[in-house]
Design a protein. Structure first.
Length: 352
């Protein structure tokens, strides 16, 4: 399947035709990536970013990377532990993330192996939610595309029922595909905080995407991406954690941004923004993320002659985590309107 031109990535051939700089050590790798000229340079990684234990019983690096994305280190956010504590707390997700992300600055760059962050509510469905770091800029990039080239993301009105105050709204969204010729994804985001109240933090920690079924046939609509639909948990026998984990994908993040826009435009309502559970990238992060497209990975598990490939999702996520450790939350994971401008106007070229 062909990606739309807005999401097109450089091919291995194109990258090999540039001036290739080899990286043999993990030290100062973030600086080396940040200094890349995306028009003339690429970096070939002659090192392994995925922790070694994920290669045990793995047939190749792709399988190890999938295990890492599913079972790797996720920074657990220090949100209140009970629903009652959430209702009594004045903290918002941004403050919690800011505090916890800053802990990465205490680690050496090469010690950071986080692939994302997570929350674990002890109420409602009690299911752990994870946000891979690479899906954050991808979500904003999808929102940028939708706003500028696809007529936006369609957001339905929510039922103004009493339970919305306590549980959040269930909102139907329609999101463009990143693939040529594919129809929009239509699904529901549950527990979206839209009415200001003490229950907002507890609600948003239960945020959950769900599939919509056709009213007549009861068949599921095309609501989730193939990666989500066929997302297999490589659950090890020694795991105490069950297989049920909710992973937020770029389409979920883009949809939440569309809801923020809808509520502000129509109702001058900032509640969804104030309770936003996603660490929105700065323009700095968008530029750094774009430069990851100029990375080549030497992979001895490949059968190809040159044994080169593009980075896997887990590898990109680890590199983003290390950049957070270097630059800090406010510089890298916080959208500042005055500094960064509108999200829909972000520059994804890697040149800014």
């Amino acid at each position: 399947m062909t990606k739309k031109s807005f999401f097109r990535e450089k091919t291995l051939t194109e990258l090999r035709d540039l001036r290739v700089r080899q990286a043999n050590t993990e030290r100062n790798l973030v600086d080396r990536i940040a200094s890349l000229d995306v028009d003339s340079e690429s970096i070939e990684l002659r090192l392994r970013l995925i922790p070694g234990y994920f290669f045990i019983n793995a047939d190749n690096s792709a399988e190890a990377s999938r295990k890492c994305l599913k079972h790797g280190e996720y920074l657990t956010l220090s949100h209140p532990k009970t629903q009652s504590d959430c209702n009594n707390s004045r903290e918002i997700p941004l403050k919690i993330r800011s505090r916890d992300f800053e802990k990465l600055k205490e680690l050496k760059e090469e010690q950071i192996d986080y692939v994302g962050y997570s929350v674990r509510p002890t109420w409602g469905d009690r299911t752990r939610r994870v946000v891979p770091f690479t899906f954050l800029p991808e979500g904003v990039k999808l929102f940028t595309y939708a706003e500028n080239k696809a007529g936006g993301i369609k957001v339905s009105s929510y039922d103004d029922a009493k339970r919305v105050q306590k549980e959040g709204a269930n909102i139907v969204v329609e999101v463009p595909s990143r693939t040529v010729g594919q129809q929009r994804y239509r699904f529901r985001l549950n527990h979206v905080p839209v009415l200001r109240g003490a229950e907002n933090l507890a609600s948003v920690l239960l945020l959950k995407p769900s599939t919509i079924h056709d009213e007549a046939t009861k068949e599921p609509l095309r609501g989730r991406t193939p990666h989500d639909t066929f997302y297999m948990r490589y659950t090890w026998a020694t795991d105490q954690e069950g297989s049920d984990v909710i992973t937020y994908y770029p389409h979920d993040i883009a949809s939440y941004l569309a809801i923020i826009k809808e509520e502000w435009t129509k109702n001058k309502n900032l509640t969804p923004m104030e309770m936003n559970p996603f660490a929105l990238p700065s323009q700095h992060q968008a530029t750094f993320y774009a430069k990851l497209d100029n990375i080549i990975v030497y992979d001895p598990t490949l059968s190809s002659k040159h044994k080169l490939r593009k980075p896997h999702l887990a590898e990109k996520s680890i590199l983003l985590a290390r950049a957070i450790g270097k630059y800090g939350h406010d510089d890298f994971c916080f959208w500042d309107w005055e500094r960064d401008g509108a999200l829909k106007n972000y520059d994804w070229s890697g040149r800014s």
